[in-house]
Design a binder for this molecule. Structure first.
Ligand code: 6LW
Length: 491
């Protein structure tokens, strides 16, 4: 087989994967301040993924009121045990670690069950009749690292002392621990180095869950930190799974720079896949050489790195199943019908931490076009389309109406500062955002032709500039203290 990475493109960080009895693999990602929380995917072959929903869909499960950008839900883990799916996650802006579960993967998930343990990046190991909970945080003695305890999976109650089982291999920020019981070993995978350019994945093992753990002699087992002039960087935060043929696979996050020599990424951290192999000493070998590549071929158990296939140009559209809202959406303010969306405005502003009326879809490809027609723009309303990183950093086309008619304005928001570019007067409101890896252009249709109202480099929407853990979402928004409704038709 041959495939191209990332297997899930766009802002889908911190992947975790499991296999169920129904022949599917299931995968979840972080969602931070966006709602619904924790996008859920399924796949038969680990390469082609379909988003089937989210694990967090109700306000009763999660209240994101006022949370900061890149707050909220961090780094979930998905596990399957005896017909039930579990997803454990941290609400960094609220009550910390909790899990939800479901017996029907196509249905709703439970209310949260909280686990009274600190740290982030929680994970679970189902091991015989025991269930272990781990996170990167402090143990009962104040020791920092991967800390492990036993829990009662029916109640979330902690049943044992919590013990630090690993401090990693020496890298900073040990994160994303996952424990597996494979053969006679307890294997611990954990990320180190931070989620930026020093990111890596390390491996440890022990005969007993609480240790002592020895480190793999070829740690880190995965990293791109020494791979210069390569667009894929930041590889780490991995989880492994075995397919029906016995082949092991790793999913991990990494990001794609906008250019091989330009260290910026704005599409977020994405999901990559590598075949992995246990060597004669019982340690994992990842991919072709322990780096994370854009393409792989796996033939007769031998893995080689190959060129990536073509990436399609994204024609942006709204799909209700994948759509994201900011913080605590009031679903009464949205109406979806085919390729039209109606947005009822409120006084909440796109540049604030409030629940602005906004619906977006991730930008998944560098090359992307988003085009909409807009009706119903009323006096006092501000509505339009935006390439949105967070409340301080986004590139907008804003439609407004005055007594003299409608206008469209291109506005570049960088570092919380709105820079007003060009304005045109229009008869009909047609808006278009065009992107390639390096540049965004914002257009309005005026006098029978497209007019470029603003252009800006993509790097000002990158994580390196804007900080945080998210990626660009292209969305529609409506601000209107009078509660007017704008209607967008996606072209
Ligand atoms: C997450 C941590 C990380 O908690 O980034 O890449 C943090 N790793 O494990 C947020 O996604």
């Amino acid at each position: 087989m041959k495939y191209t990475n990332p297997v899930i493109r766009g802002f889908y960080p911190d992947p975790s994967v499991c296999k169920a009895d129904d022949g599917y693999f299931y995968l979840v990602c972080s969602s931070f301040q966006f709602f619904p929380g924790l996008p859920l995917f399924r796949s038969r072959n680990l390469v082609d993924w379909e988003q089937i929903g989210h694990c967090i869909t109700r306000r009763s499960q999660l209240d994101l009121t006022g949370v900061e950008a890149s707050g909220g839900l961090f780094a979930p883990t998905i596990r399957y045990n005896k017909g039930r799916f579990y997803v454990v996650v941290t609400n960094t802006s609220g009550d910390g670690n909790f899990y939800v579960y479901t017996d029907d993967i196509n249905g709703e998930w439970s209310e949260p069950v909280s686990v009274d343990r600190g740290g982030i990046d929680p994970s679970l190991l189902f091991d015989g009749d025991k269930v272990y909970f781990m996170s990167n945080g402090e143990d009962d003695d104040g020791e920092h690292g991967v800390s492990l305890c036993e829990i009662d999976i029916d109640t979330g109650k902690v049943l044992s002392r919590c013990k630090c089982i690993s401090k990693g291999s020496g890298g900073r920020f040990i994160e994303a621990p996952h424990l597996y019981h494979i053969g006679e070993w307890y294997y611990l995978l954990a990320a180190e180095g931070g989620t930026e350019y020093g990111h890596m994945e390390c491996m440890f093992r022990s005969r007993e869950p609480f240790g002592p753990y020895e480190g793999c002699h070829h740690n880190p087992i995965l990293t791109n930190r020494n791979l210069g002039g390569y667009t894929v960087q930041g590889a780490g935060h991995a989880d492994i799974v075995q397919d029906d043929d016995g082949q092991w696979w790793m999913v991990n996050l990494a990001f794609r720079q906008i250019h091989m020599w330009r260290p910026f990424h704005h599409l977020g951290r994405e999901v990559f896949l590598e075949p992995v192999f246990f060597d004669d000493d019982g340690w994992l070998r990842v991919g072709s050489d322990g780096t994370c590549r854009l393409g792989y071929a796996l033939e007769n158990g031998v893995c080689t790195a190959v060129e990536a296939g073509e990436y399609p140009k994204q024609r942006w559209e709204i799909d209700k199943k994948e759509a994201c809202f900011i913080r605590c959406p009031d679903y009464g303010n949205y109406r979806f019908d085919g390729n039209t969306v109606e947005l009822k405005g409120t006084a909440n502003k796109l540049n604030s931490r409030d629940n602005v009326t906004f619906v977006g879809m991730r930008q998944r490809e560098f090359e992307c076009t988003a085009e909409v027609e807009t009706e119903g723009v009323a006096e006092g309303m501000r509505c339009g389309i935006t390439a949105y990183m967070n409340e301080g950093n986004h590139y907008d086309l804003v439609a407004e109406r005055s007594r003299d008619g409608c206008t469209v304005t291109g506005i570049i928001n960088v570092g919380g500062v709105p820079i007003v570019m060009d304005t045109v007067r229009v008869d009909e409101i047609r808006l278009k955002i065009d992107a390639d890896a390096l540049y965004y252009r914002l257009w309005a249709y005026c006098g029978g032709q497209w007019v470029c109202l603003a252009g800006m480099e993509s790097k000002y929407l990158s994580s390196e500039v804007c900080e945080g853990f998210t990626g660009v979402i292209i969305g529609l928004f409506c601000e209107d203290g009078n509660g007017g409704t704008a209607k967008f038709t996606v072209r």
